[in-house]
Design a protein around this ligand. Sequence first.
Ligand SMILES: Cc1cc2nc3c(=O)[nH]c(=O)nc-3n(C[C@H](O)[C@H](O)[C@H](O)COP(=O)(O)OP(=O)(O)OC[C@H]3O[C@@H](n4cnc5c(N)ncnc54)[C@H](O)[C@@H]3O)c2cc1C
Length: 575
Amino acid sequence: DIYNNVDELPRNLTFDFIVIGGGTAGNVVANRLTENPSFSVLVLEAGPSPEGQLNHTVPFFSIFLREQSPLDWNYTTVPQVGLDGSALQYPRGRILGGCSSMNRLAYVRGSSEDYDRYANVTGDNGWSWNEIQPYIRKNERWTSPTDNHNTSGQFNPAVHGFHGINSVSLAGFPSPTVQDRVIQVTEELSDEFPFNLDYNSGFQLGVGWAQSTIKHGKRSSSFTSYLGPEFVGRQNLHILLNAQVTRLLQTNSDPTEFLTVEFAENKDAPRQRVTATKEVIISTGSVGTPTLLLNSGIGDPNQLSRFGIKTLINIPDVGKNLSNQPMLTLSYFVNSTNTFDDIIRNLTLRSELIRQWIETDGDGPLGIGPYGTHQVFTRLSKNSTALETNPDPAAGPNTAHIQSGIQNGDISPPPEGHFMTISLSLNTPTSRGSIQLNTTDAFDQPLIDLGLLTTDFDVLALKEGIGIAQRFVGARAWDGYVLGPLSNITASSTDAELEAFIRANTSPNGHIVSTASMSPKGAQHGVVDPDLRVKGIARLRVVDASILPFVPSANTQFAVYMVGERGADLIKAAW
Ligand SMILES: Cc1cc2nc3c(=O)[nH]c(=O)nc-3n(C[C@H](O)[C@H](O)[C@H](O)COP(=O)(O)OP(=O)(O)OC[C@H]3O[C@@H](n4cnc5c(N)ncnc54)[C@H](O)[C@@H]3O)c2cc1C
């Protein structure tokens, strides 16, 4: 059952497992644990349900989910020294499904080397690409695109799952002018931009057709899939909404047991308590997880003592090593009106398309994600200054440094003109940031320092990324279509101009990881062991994006679903 407030939660229930955070990973864990009818599970989620929220259902409207909203945590970062001191808005879903209910839907796994590196740095081969294959299949349900077009030559069925839970599909509303020209680029500039039938095969380099977590023109999230109608009625699954966990409490006198969870509906509401009999699983995401651990006295004594919090478990790395990918969007004027710019600018057109989307149950241009039709994965060139002067941070020689989404429009278009946009992400950043407490009130925001562009490598790599984008749009394939850049970046820009442009225009991806990182069992660094148990605490695990020691060369939802699936298996095996 789903309960909206604590008064609805039956008092006579006991719970084997408490999952804190009904987000991307949390709902996977809740679903998989309740497959066993003898396990009872309580999920505590700070936010409400996305049921009936159009912006959270219509894929194209994900572009509007960066705005402040009661369904968002509405974070603001600390001033970013690498971005000329700007403090940035940093959206995260405060809603059932978490960020999977509000992200941009791109389904990108990364390279096999990303996962083999997780195995190497944790000493647990279970995180390697080969070993996670069953979890890919359990998660993924490959789905036809909305328009049912012939998809042969657009993906490789051999590397996909067809019987999992979360839908993945190709874009169902084609934009042929752009698509055809992208394919021409792969032929014309095949050395740098070769066609890749499926960038989710483990070998990601090249240009491939975009895959998204969309089911028949609607968002597929951990809420719509793992808590779908066939699961949510399970007698042993209980989900309490509007319940923000404020801290974990030691159970009885055993200092290594934190089975009691304190929560409240809002800052002023009375604190409630509930105790698990087997385990507590923290799935509150890369910002929420370190915040909750620190508020519970689990962290760096130096930091905790500043707030008068007694250190119960000394784990210095809680909230440290934060990694996030910086992103730049480059827009180009195009000689066409067949772009999505007008959907954003013209309310009459938008209303007409909403009507079409409702009447056809998901058809039309609103049923695709804004990332459009193709993704491009590129390594920095062999004579790259960034690589000559720094160690290569990629997980291996087949892992992309730069990911470029080719969009048939600008998501914040100026009042006039039509555009093609390249959203350029540095997938292998070396800058690291942190999450720290700001006050002792769990309802106050923590200090979020994304550390963006604080290393030379990251700035040099983005400069070279701009070069990659310029070469892509410079192909003859775009003759007569791309008219020129919207920004003042041109082939003749100086290094100093490029750097100033980058620092003024970079924004963070939502792909924050590593704030409760995995490390080998017994290691002094890191926060959780490879079986996701918090170091030194027997019955407390973290299962979410925060445990990934490096960001994969990808958007992160796939990796998080995989962590949820494997995490649930590890818990089931233990009990
Ligand atoms: C704007 C945006 C766009 C993105 N686009 C993409 C994309 O296109 N493709 C992609 O692959 N990835 C994308 N991502 C990243 C991806 O969605 C996330 O990496 C992933 O969903 C994180 O999953 P999680 O389980 O770690 O955390 P979340 O999904 O954030 O789940 C955490 C849950 O815990 C709840 N919670 C937090 N604190 C508490 C507390 N104290 N008590 C109770 N509940 C709490 C939250 O409300 C939330 O529901 C995007 C992210 C954002 C923000």
